[in-house]
Design a protein around this ligand. Structure first.
Ligand SMILES: [Zn+2]
Length: 201
C-alpha cells in the first residue's frame, strides 16, 4: 500500500497503534509529536522504554515488579510481615497502596485460575505462596483477588490448600460491586472492603 509517510514514520505509527487505547488517529498524533520534538526528548522516551524492560524483574519474595531482588514493600521494616495480601496482578498492589492504609506485604499470583482459558494453578505463584505460609510467621492471608467468579474460585482454591495450617484467611468485603476489579475500584470502596474483610471458610 502506498503511503504519504516515510517508512520509519509508518513503523512508528504502527508501533503506537499496538498500545492499549490508542487508535490510528492518536498513533499518528503521537508519531508527529516524536518527529517534531527535540532529539534529546525523543531519545529520553526511547531510553525510558528500554530501561523499564531491562531493569524490571520480579521480587523473589512477593513476585511484584522490582528493580532489586527484593521489592521496596518487602524490604520495608515498617510493614507487618505477618499479614500477606494476595492479589492477581501488580496493578492491584498499586490500587491498594493508593488507599494509604495497607501496612501488610503482598503476594502477586500472576492471574487467576481459569481452566477454560488454560490457566491452571501451576501457572500461578500459588505453590510459592504455600511455601511462604509454611515458612511460618504468617498470621493472616487477605484474599484480594477480583470479586468475580474467577477471583472467588482462586481465593477458595488457595484457602482449601491452607486450611490445615491454622492461618487465618480473610476475603475483602462484598462492598465492591459485581464486575468491578481491584484495579478500577475507588480508594473509598477498597478501604471499606479492607476494613470489612471477613473470614473465608
Ligand atoms: Zn516483594
Amino acid at each position: 500500500m502506498s503511503s504519504a509517510y516515510t517508512q520509519s514514520m509508518n513503523r512508528l505509527i504502527e508501533e503506537f497503534e499496538k498500545l492499549p487505547g490508542i487508535g490510528p488517529k492518536s498513533a499518528e498524533r503521537l508519531a508527529f509529536h516524536v518527529l517534531k520534538c527535540r532529539p534529546d526528548e525523543a531519545m529520553a522516551l526511547a531510553d525510558a522504554i528500554r530501561d523499564v524492560k531491562n531493569k524490571t524483574k520480579r521480587c523473589e519474595i512477593c513476585y511484584n515488579f522490582s528493580e532489586q531482588a527484593t521489592c521496596e514493600i518487602c524490604s520495608d521494616s515498617r510493614r507487618d510481615k505477618s499479614l500477606i495480601c494476595v492479589v492477581e496482578q501488580p496493578k492491584d498492589v498499586i490500587s491498594l497502596e493508593k488507599t494509604g492504609t495497607c501496612k501488610w506485604i503482598y503476594h502477586v499470583l500472576g492471574g487467576h485460575i481459569a481452566p477454560l482459558e488454560g490457566i491452571e494453578p501451576g501457572d500461578l505463584t500459588i505453590h510459592q505462596l504455600v511455601g511462604r505460609v509454611h515458612d511460618g510467621n504468617v498470621k493472616e492471608l487477605i484474599m484480594a483477588t477480583n470479586p468475580n467468579m474467577a477471583g472467588d474460585g482462586t481465593a477458595l482454591y488457595i484457602s482449601s490448600l491452607l486450611r490445615t495450617t491454622g492461618v487465618k484467611i480473610t476475603r475483602l468485603a462484598r462492598g465492591l460491586p459485581t464486575g468491578t476489579t481491584i484495579e478500577y475500584a475507588s480508594g473509598k470502596m477498597l478501604n471499606d472492603a479492607i476494613i470489612g474483610r471477613q473470614v473465608l471458610d
